[in-house]
Write a protein that binds this ligand. Sequence first.
Ligand SMILES: Nc1nc2c(c(=O)[nH]1)N[C@H]1C(S)=C(S)[C@@H](COP(=O)(O)OP(=O)(O)OC[C@H]3O[C@@H](n4cnc5c(=O)[nH]c(N)nc54)[C@H](O)[C@@H]3O)O[C@H]1N2
Ligand SMILES: Nc1nc2c(c(=O)[nH]1)N[C@H]1C(S)=C(S)[C@@H](COP(=O)(O)OP(=O)(O)OC[C@H]3O[C@@H](n4cnc5c(=O)[nH]c(N)nc54)[C@H](O)[C@@H]3O)O[C@H]1N2
Ligand code: SF4
Ligand SMILES: [Mo]
Length: 746
Amino acid sequence: MEHAADTTQHRICPLCEACCGLEIKVRDQKVISIRGHDADVFSAGYICPKGVALKDLHEDPDRLRTPLVKRNGVFEKASWDQAWAEIERRLPPILQAHGRNAAGLVIGNPAAHKIGLLTTIPRLAKALGTHNVFTAATLDQIPRHVSSGLLFGHWMSVPVPDIARCELLIVLGANPVVSNGSMWTVPDFRGKAKAMQARGGRLVVIDPRRTETAVMADTHHFIRPGGDAFLLLGMVHTLFGENLVRLGRMAEHVTGVQDIAQAVAGFSPEAVAARCGMDAGTVRELARSLAASPRASIYARIGVCTQEYGSLGTWLVDVLNTLTGHLDEPGGAMFPRAAAFASNTSGKPGAGRGVATGRHKSRVSGAPEVMGELPIGCLMEEIETPGVGQIRALVTLATNPVLSAPNGARLSRALEGLEFMVSLDIYVNETSRHADVILPAPSPLEELHYDVAFPQFSWRNHARYSPPVFNRDAAQPAEWETLLRLAAIVSGKHPGQSAAEIDDENFAEDARKLFGDGATAVLEATAGLRGPDRLLDVALRTGPYGDQFGKQPGGLNLARVQASSAAGGIDLGALAPRIPELLRTPSGRIELAPATLLNDVLRAQADLARAPSPMVVIGRRDVRSNNSWMHNLPVLAKGPMRCTALVHPADAQRLGLRDGAMARISSDSSQGPRSIEVQVHCSADMMPGVVSVPHGWGHDQPGAQLALAASRPGANLNHLLDENLRDPLSGNAVLSGVAVEMCAVD
Ligand SMILES: Nc1nc2c(c(=O)[nH]1)N[C@H]1C(S)=C(S)[C@@H](COP(=O)(O)OP(=O)(O)OC[C@H]3O[C@@H](n4cnc5c(=O)[nH]c(N)nc54)[C@H](O)[C@@H]3O)O[C@H]1N2
Ligand SMILES: Nc1nc2c(c(=O)[nH]1)N[C@H]1C(S)=C(S)[C@@H](COP(=O)(O)OP(=O)(O)OC[C@H]3O[C@@H](n4cnc5c(=O)[nH]c(N)nc54)[C@H](O)[C@@H]3O)O[C@H]1N2
Ligand code: SF4
Ligand SMILES: [Mo]
């Protein structure tokens, strides 16, 4: 029933990369309904069940409303002043005694969705001054950044399929019907793919499981997990072998094509067939169809990144799109042009410094830094191993590596050995339970929203902003304020200053650096703004569509984007070609054949004949789940158990597994054997020899405060995986294609 006092608020969903526009009805400070915002220029009313669950998240009794301080091993509710006092008492002395690297910083996935975190984390990281920075990127997409950085000169220059115009889309190791897209912001993938099919286009899916995306595809091929780089090498080989290379407009912008021709010489479709579990004819056909379609692209995601050859595979996808003339072409793989915060729209167009990796290395294993971070698999050894630079104090922001990363049991033990740990989180989860102080983040409905990262990967250009739906409790700071206070404590600067004062000082200093004599005018033009709003205003105004502080009347600024919220934001048009302007490589070209990747082809060559394991495990996502943290929300948690092991009926029969009964899955990692028990579901959608188990479960750990999740904990896939297995180029964890054994539980 409509009510006179109801108000309608518009809000971008902060939960996944699709960034859907929501319409939220509010009465008496309560959410009454959440639906898709039909007028949203970008998502046009699309929504998934997780968006609706924002109501449950906001109301979740387990969500933290006050800081917690652990005393004698037990969390006690504390005031913000008490929490800050505890941090001040315990954290700086550790850094003073042992140096900056004694601190570790771990950043999780939700940070990517929060402007307050993304714009302020660099300040905290600088204040900490540690090399020991870890993020969920090394469980996820860092290989994607490696290829982008090396080829195009910036980590965030990611080509995405131009789905509105393409006629052939090959999807490799991604399930966008369920995940709603990743490193590709594409709400309602299904609707867009259907529209492509209706205009005669084709969707091809390559996945060890006949996924929800594969089901709607025109063609689905199974692939042996971990075999993608080999399939792709075979495809590149075919392009050269059959004279199908057509660089088109890219010809004058690319270097290294001949090096690639030489590097792939040993990877004929026949040579790679066994390694990727596909026949040579299919490999060849895939290459031919990509080459023959005028508007086509190949897109790969997490299934390809979370492998031993994660960087190689991701790079080869870019190589294939380039060699077939689909890079930067309408209907192909194109680069979005974000309205704010994109490094590939700032500085001098067409060339730059490029990227570097390995500027420092992890202390224990010597793993190279990539994008300023170390592989999260190295976190435990850095805490456990004595010596100079040992991590003794840890700051975690919106993360749950105890469930999300391999071997959480070892990580839990390591965390217990820390001298001090502080977490910024909304829950006492399996990771933050180990903290000495937990600082609560507000409910997402209590924060303003503008996506910093995802417009850089979006299917169409847009600018959208949401104000907070609710006011915060008077004592509850915004996340950016919490981070600035934390940064002040560890740097010893700004004693006694409020977050607002610190922000004003920081901004004035940055404005002087950035605008020189123009700083005063910028300060005046943004007076009245603070925190992320002020940074956003500057980013929009100086961005590619900006008003340039009045020089481009009619251009974007914060006020204009804010004013468009009820109308569903501002549409900035279809993707348009950006090469060479986008490039930031030293040569000003697409450096298509970086030495590190050519070397990695040699590693693959040496590994070409590796025999298959009889049974390997892969992951799975479910629409009603989000990594490790939405299992406490009633609207999502209801219904059948989602943490199940899918196996092919023939495997079940061979192994004596019964549908619906429990099975033990065991692995033999570098740290010894480990096993979990999961309910079996027989499914002909699985490739024989492959078992699929979702990640993010295992909520049976003592001390976590997630009552509903604990009532159906599920098993932790990552307990089986090996923290020491990773793609050496990017540091990304190997989460897919790991050898396991299965047997029935008596
Ligand atoms: N085996 C396997 N493991 C995987 C994956 C896989 O495919 N297979 N996927 C990996 C991927 S892609 C990712 S991104 C990682 C994710 O792993 P993580 O980044 O470690 O985190 P999440 O499981 O998403 O948990 C995030 C935590 O942030 C908290 N949180 C939620 N919202 C907010 C907020 O607004 N502010 C703050 N401060 N905290 C908040 C929640 O309490 C939650 O516990 O998991 C990875 N792990
Ligand atoms: N509902 C829901 N949505 C989410 C998330 C969630 O947890 N739940 N997580 C979000 C996050 S953090 C991310 S990063 C994105 C990820 O988004 P996607 O990359 O689309 O993720 P997945 O759905 O895990 O799809 C990976 C696919 O790779 C397949 N696969 C596994 N191993 C291999 C292999 O070796 N080769 C090939 N070719 N395929 C393989 C799997 O079967 C699976 O279908 O999803 C986001 N969206
Ligand atoms: S698809 Fe993602 S962004 Fe859209 S409503 Fe669902 S969780 Fe939110
Ligand atoms: Mo992710």
